[in-house]
Design a protein around this ligand. Structure first.
Ligand code: B3K
Ligand code: ZN
Length: 880
């Protein structure tokens, strides 16, 4: 493998920049193949840098056309330039202006980093290091500048021209068919937040008045003709703005806020100052084309990018090691927003499901890394579940520890003190240390230590003394590069449960709200006045991102399912029992017949009492853990075929046991009301569709009939996709007919077609690979479009355990070939797909050997991108 260009960057080596750039004046003449950029940079030596150091500007595939310092062309010999770097050996030791003229070809930019074209629209993506693909620059987040951007383009090709900040001027270019617009952003920002858009776009919008009376023009730009589908996103934006004012005291700070939706985008969305750019998947929605989860994602991502305006933009990151400072915090903020807009308990369960499926798997696999990594070769490979989701859990734990009021005071202090600066994790924690007087040094280990801690708990009841003692201990497994771990500060929200619900007991080690803090490797908590042997309910609301092991019997867990006052732990109890059965059945132990009946009966009784009270919650309780969750739980020598069969078997048993109730439920939840994406309506649909899945598991013939009827009568995409997903799991002609009909009906709807590709890729059958290969020849398939590639190939590799991990290794070979095919034109997309090998070491020996061979084959290729080279090397290196 050639990774010679892959130099390792280390947090410990951080040095401030030797130069600063106070102002950036850009003049960008948009052209399909020859876009010219004149960048006038107001530079000065950084008092914190090395005096007299050379000025080294970053570039990436750039072509320098002109260079002048304070208006004079630089003499040859005083600078060196390559597509990657512009070095001025001895710049002046006073403020000076550098004019840099570059030319780029946006149409040839298939990496979708820097300035590129999506459809006919010019757009940018600069995080993390895309600005250097536009002009030579100090492309690092601790160089903050005030930007003025003049955009010029053909009036017909790009009637809309958008930049960061506020529009200050626009007009026609005399004697031409071109026009221009000038944008000024008064807030200093790093280059990764720069954005520009030019295109023929439709828009919707309306004014928003902030709490202090600032009038802001909100607008969302989309492909002409799709304007109607942007209203939900606009509504979500307004709710986000109001919520951030009310809950965090954060107000918007420009006269306009623009969002642009584009169809070719490497990720979800980007928080560029005043000009968010979105994958259209997270903007466009109509009942006929988007599902309930699409609506929920749009709401969450619109909020996330908006919240970055403070957590990320006003206070940015000193270096990329601090990525969690903006991402973990902003995920926490968007999760809180969604919880307030919807059901907190249901949302928490959904968050934890995602965390376990993605982050716990990452933390247990070859690519495990701390929330704040100590080193990287390619920063784009660190936009991970660990940085985002575990990063958010750390903020949530901090809030639990310091309490609601001090958390808000700490946040206020953080925003106030570090406004307009590039900050660190230590800066963030210092704000909370100051308002609480606590030392958070030990707590900070959560940022530097990878791996999911295991907490083991066991309880002893003393009937004579009426006391209950809980013994807790913690251990974090070794991860790549970190063999030995420190004990962490773990907030445990807990209570004791009896047949009437939570018991009122006393313990001087437990805070009034039920918080016990585990600070050492082991500790005990003693409760007094405990009248009868209780069942402990630990980690309520999932108060820490750990894996608890409880020595509770199944019937004790089922007491929690019935009686706990904490909804998260009610759900968790059912999942734990199911997981135990699945693991035992999958390990080949004899099927624990009594336990299966006991769980099935508990779920049946649960449905009778809860289905009506909280359908969304009920839907979660009756759904079994997924195949990859089960594989994670087994954790070694996994045979995905066996996991799949086991899960089908348990699902069938549970469904058959409760079939009468399930059919009744399915019928009673039919609705004739017009579609609304609100949480209550969504909950009813999700329970009805969960019931449909179970009915089909117990009786596939009846399942097929119901799916066909639902497909024929559905008035919205949620019910349509749910029925298609269920029928797709039943082999036979009915599913092929349903798939064909759906594909034809939505041939002109790219976002719906993505769902169609994805459902087929996830058919849990060994020969799905052949289906995927055939679909790659479908006229609508294209490797150039990230959404389409992820919909088919990503869904197969990440969402199909049986197909991707098939025993002959053909799934691995397929993905390896595909990664090598995508890498030259879009390394970020290729490396993201490659992360699906992250858990290869938990597979049984045969699969493991095939996976390793496929990885080695990639590693042996010359000219791998840094992105793919880094992932493949870490996947092979680790001892995990
Ligand atoms: N900050 C961007 C992600 C950028 C990814 C660069 N590879 C979106 C977000 O997290 O809000
Ligand atoms: Zn973010």
């Amino acid at each position: 493998m050639r990774t010679d260009t892959a130099q390792t960057i280390r947090l410990a080596d951080y040095q401030p920049s030797d130069y600063l750039i106070d102002r950036v004046d850009l003049d960008i003449r948009l052209d399909a193949t020859e876009t010219r950029i004149r960048a006038s940079l107001s530079l000065r030596p950084n008092p914190l840098g090395v005096a007299g150091a050379p000025l080294i500007l970053d570039g990436d595939e750039l072509d320098l056309k002109a260079l002048a310092l304070d208006g004079h062309a630089l003499p040859a010999g005083s600078f060196t330039v390559t597509p990657q770097k512009l070095v001025i050996a001895s710049p002046p030791d006073r403020p000076f202006t550098l004019l840099v003229v570059t030319e780029i070809d946006p149409s040839a930019n298939t990496k979708l980093m820097g300035l590129y074209r999506s459809g006919g629209t010019y757009c940018t993506q600069c995080e993390a290091e895309g600005f250097r693909r536009i002009t030579y620059f100090l492309d690092r987040p601790d160089v903050l500048s005030i930007y003025t951007t003049r955009l010029e383009a053909d009036r017909g090709e790009a009637p809309v021209l958008l930049g960061n900040g506020n529009p200050i001027e626009a007009g026609l270019v005399p004697n031409s068919n071109r026009h221009y617009a000038v944008w000024h952003d008064p807030h200093p920002k790093p280059s990764y937040l720069f954005a520009a858009v030019g295109g023929n776009l439709g828009h919707i919008g309306r004014p928003f008045t902030t709490t202090s009376g600032r009038e802001v023009d909100l607008a969302i730009y989309v492909e002409p003709g799709k304007e109607d589908r942007a209203w939900y996103a606009l509504d979500a934006l307004e709710r986000s703005m109001r919520w951030d004012e009310e809950v965090f005291g954060r107000e918007y700070d420009l006269d306009v806020f623009n969002i642009v939706a584009v169809s070719d985008f490497n990720m979800g969305a980007m928080e560029n100052k005043g000009l968010n750019i979105f994958n259209d998947k997270y903007v466009l929605a109509s009942p006929e084309t988007a599902t309930d989860s699409d609506y929920a994602n749009i709401e969450a991502i619109i909020a996330h990018e908006y919240f970055h305006n403070w957590s990320g933009n006003r206070v940015t990151c000193r270096d990329w090691f601090q990525l969690c400072l903006k991402e973990g915090l902003t995920v926490f903020r968007d999760q809180e927003f969604s919880s307030d807009q919807r059901s907190r308990a249901v949302h928490r369960i959904a968050e934890v499901k995602t965390l376990r499926a993605r982050q716990f798997a990452e933390d247990a696999g070859s690519l495990a890394h701390p929330v704040r990594p100590g080193e990287y070769r390619e920063i784009n490979n660190f936009y991970t579940a660990t940085v985002y989701e575990k990063g958010a859990e750390i903020v949530r734990m901090l809030k639990t520890l310091v309490g609601e009021a001090d958390f808000r005071r700490g946040m206020d202090l953080y925003f106030e003190r570090f406004d307009g600066t590039a900050a660190t994790v230590e800066d963030f924690l210092s704000a909370f240390e100051e308002v609480t007087g606590r030392d958070l040094t030990h707590f900070a280990c959560w940022y530097s230590q990878a791996g999911t801690p295991r907490v083991t708990a066991s309880g002893t009841y003393d009937a004579e003394r009426r006391t209950y003692r809980l013994d807790l201990s913690q251990e974090t497994p070794p991860t790549p590069g970190q063999p030995v771990k420190e004990p962490l500060i773990i907030p445990v929200l807990l209570g004791l449960v009896g047949p009437e619900g939570t018991l009122h007991t006393r313990s001087n080690q437990v805070r009034d709200d039920g918080l016990f803090v585990l600070e050492n490797a082991a500790a005990s908590v003693v409760f007094e006045d405990v009248a009868a042997a209780p069942v402990p309910s630990l980690f309520r609301g999932f108060s820490a991102p750990v894996k608890p092991t409880l020595d509770l019997a199944n019937d004790e867990l089922l007491v929690l399912l019935r009686h706990d006052t904490d909804p998260f732990n009610r759900w968790q109890a059912g999942q734990t029992v199911a997981m135990r059965l699945l693991a035992a059945m999958g390990a080949g132990d004899s099927a624990p017949e009594d336990d299966i009946v006991e769980l099935s009966e508990s779920l049946r009784v649960f449905l009778q009492s809860e289905a009506e009270r909280d359908p969304a919650f009920a839907a979660l309780v009756i759904s079994l853990p997924g195949e990859s969750d089960i594989a994670q739980e087994i954790a070694r020598d996994v045979d995905p075929d066996r996991v799949h069969r086991t899960r089908l078997l348990l699902r069938e048993r549970i469904a058959t046991h409760g079939l009468t109730e399930l059919v009744r439920l399915y019928e009673s939840l039919a609705s004739t009301a017009s579609y609304s994406p609100d949480a209550v309506s969504k909950g009813k649909r999700s329970l009805r569709n969960a019931a449909l899945e179970l009915i089909a598991a117990a009786n596939p013939v009846e399942g097929e009939r119901l799916c066909e009827a639902q497909l024929a009568n559905a008035t919205n995409m949620t019910d349509r996709v749910a029925a298609l997903a269920v029928i797709t799991m039943i082999p036979g002609e009915a599913r092929e007919a349903a798939l064909t009909a759906f594909g034809e009906q939505f041939a002109d709807e790219p976002l719906v077609l993505d769902k169609w590709f994805g459902l087929q890729a996830m058919i849990p059958e060994v020969d799905t690979l052949e289906r995927v290969r055939a679909l790659m020849r479908h006229p609508a398939f294209s490797l150039a479009n990230p959404n389409r590639t992820r919909a088919l190939v990503g869904a197969f590799a990440m969402g199909n355990q049986v197909g991707f991990h098939r025993a002959d290794g053909a799934g691995y070979d397929f993905l390896a070939d595909l990664v090598l095919q995508v890498d030259p034109h879009n390394p970020q997309l290729a490396s993201r797909l490659l992360t699906s090998f992250g858990t290869w070491r938990i597979m049984e020996a045969g699969r493991r050997a095939h996976a390793e061979a496929a990885l080695r084959r990639i590693a042996d290729q010359p000219n791998l991108s840094r992105d793919v080279g880094d992932i493949v090397q870490r996947s092979l290196d680790s001892t995990g």
